[in-house]
Write a protein of this length. Structure first.
Length: 296
């Protein structure tokens, strides 16, 4: 068990970071990898160790007071370099500590030949969440309304299998990423057309689309907000009314993406915000337990 996080009331011992990037980084295109390593020179050897050995990640999580972490993986062969093998990487990596490591995977709507079958394949691997990354996969989140039928089939099968879907919103700094596809308003269609699908809106549209993100969150009860990639000290600037929907906000850091250097520092900044202890506990602990029950 990870060490307890500091806090004003009862200790937080079951923190879930729903959004970290432990991926097969060797697959990244060279120009993408250059951006990934930007500012990480002092930690590059450790990052490679983390990719190769889950025990290294678990030690980092223990020091940060993080109980569980969601391992974001998805195919993006033409933009990022990740192939479908990233799904098997996540599933195998998580076997080192199934209670603590939550493997995510994806099906690329532009390349799949069997959308529903490939979603079933993720479930068979033990993948806990399906990731769609519009800027890195080259289509808007609602592209099924404009002819990309495979995407609709992916959502439908995930809905049928009870598999949550995380959709990136906001910009991306990586070469080749098309940030125009990061508008959260596209998720409005997805929530309407797949009403039983549990959707995690990653990053809250940062840094351009916070108003759109909040509208979509308010409108759809099965929509969750993942606050990763937002500097915690500025979270209430981005979402001043965050407390109104604290029961559907998920803690995440985006570690070790560029600009995100320490999981623990992010937690401490979040704990310093003027939110109630109840809301902090929900965001750090209990909401993620509702989405990802322990022992499953």
């Amino acid at each position: 068990m990870s060490r307890a996080a500091s806090g004003p009331s009862s200790p937080l011992t079951r923190i879930t970071d729903v959004h970290i990037h432990v991926q097969p980084w060797r697959e990244l295109k060279p120009e993408v990898l250059d951006v990934m390593w930007s500012g990480q020179d002092a930690h590059r050897d450790l990052m490679i160790q983390v990719m190769d050995d889950p025990r290294a990640l678990l030690e980092i999580m223990d020091r940060a007071g993080v109980w569980r972490a969601g391992l974001v993986n998805y195919p993006s062969p033409d933009i990022m370099g990740f192939s479908d093998a990233t799904n098997r990487f996540a599933a195998k990596y998580a076997l080192a500590a199934p209670e603590r490591l939550l493997p995510y995977g994806g099906v690329h709507a532009r390349f799949t030949r069997d959308p529903a079958g490939d979603v079933d394949g993720l479930v068979d691997l033990g993948i806990r969440l399906l990731k769609v990354h519009p800027p890195h996969q080259g289509f808007p989140a609602n592209a099924y309304t404009d002819g990309l039928d495979a995407l609709g089939k992916i959502y439908r099968r995930a809905e049928e299998r009870g598999l949550p879907v995380m959709i990136h919103t906001g910009t991306s700094v990586f070469p080749g990423a098309r940030s125009k596809y990061g508008n959260p308003m596209e998720l409005d269609d997805v929530a309407i057309d797949f009403p039983d699908l549990r959707i995690v809106m990653a990053h809250g549209g940062r840094p351009l689309y916070m108003d759109e993100a909040f509208f979509v969150l308010r409108r759809h009860r099965r929509m969750w907000l993942d606050v990763s990639g937002i500097p915690p000290a500025r979270l209430l600037e981005y979402f001043p009314r965050l407390a109104e929907f604290a029961d559907r906000v998920l803690w995440g850091t985006d570690w070790p993406s560029p600009g995100v250097k320490d999981m623990r520092a992010n937690i401490d900044q979040f704990l310093a915000l003027p939110l109630s202890d109840q809301h902090k506990k929900a965001i750090l602990e209990t909401n993620a337990l509702a989405l990802f029950p322990a022992g499953r």
